[in-house]
Ligand binder design. Sequence first.
Ligand code: PLP
Length: 405
Amino acid sequence: MIPFSPPHIKQEAIDEVVDTLKSGWITTGPKTKLFEQKITEYCGAKNTLCVGSATFGLEIILRWFGIGQGDEVIIPAYTYTATANTVVHTGAKVIMVDANSDDFNMNLAEIEKAITPKTKAIIPVDIAGLPVDTTKIIKLLSSSKMKQFFKARNTIQEKLGRVLVLSDSAHSLGAQLHKKKVGSFSDITVFSFHAVKNLTTAEGGAIAFNMPEGFDNEAIYKEINMISLHGQSKDAFAKTKKGAWQYDVLQAGYKGNMTDIQASLGLVALKYYEIDNLPVRKKIMTAYQQAFSQYDWAELPIFKEENRETSYHIYTLRIKNITETERNTIIQKIFDQEVSVNVHFKPLPMFSAYKERGFDIKDYPIAYDNYSREISLPVYQDLTEEQVEKVIIAVVNAVEESIHV
Ligand SMILES: Cc1ncc(COP(=O)(O)O)c(C=O)c1O
């Protein structure tokens, strides 16, 4: 069976983990701080805080911005549930908008329609690794009309003077927008290093800060670091220093730090990210693209346009003119040929938790259409050329058997 997305762990990463295990310090410490610096250099943010997951990163930022009951946060209907769950936890209302039909990202015109005086944040999601052009969203939110619309409820919101753009870039580390890396555009960008992501630390995430002029990103980093560790004035590593056992609890904070064991995996993975991770992913996706371009039934994903390039995270093939049931049959036929595939994503209004909150998939026809015809194919570093060939044959056989071309 060809698996869907196994992790690629180099011997060097294993050695780095062993080094940490033997070092006498295994939770947040020097390796996490070094990993943060390396991510900052890589993505061009002002600074970066590593955390236990992207989910935690999104939620802590919503809380730091003071979002809660009575507020609204705009997200795509077409995303993973983490994006929405974090908003629910804060007590704010989730506002979902429909997708684009060319890529799978949230539609800018729909965002504009969804903004109200209660809107406090927008969470664009770079689905499959293809960036949302958040410069357009920030431009829209910075217009005098939109700024007048914005009702600040605390000093941070007042200082920003507009809706916060918090990118869920769980998929898009290394993706490019206007010839710069994702992480250097939105107010704040959150990456995921979960096991199936391009770069993995098993579980983990990073918050890349890029708050505009007037904000001290270093001070924000320190504040979020403090809230991510129970609100303690010193982290556990600092407390181990000679005579430094005393600390204060400044806030009733949360617990969401990254460990040095995770950072060990991340440091080595990041070192090779541009050398043999992204190029291999691009090669695999290009092979899929070339193969499927010969078939009229195939709707190919966008990789690269003038202003943006994906991180080659997920290959999102769509089959033209099929129903959800037909897509499911095709998936079964692919699995029958010993190839694992997946679907990214089932839109949130189709899940019980969000149906119960009043969402109805009929209000998101494009998200549904994208989902109902989508099949994600395996893309990972250890996928061989022969396996890529096998995937292509399995997909072609399954589709052609099912749609009787
Ligand atoms: C779009 C999106 N956002 C957020 C997350 C959450 O990431 P994490 O597992 O690091 O919390 C994921 C994870 O799959 C995701 O796909």
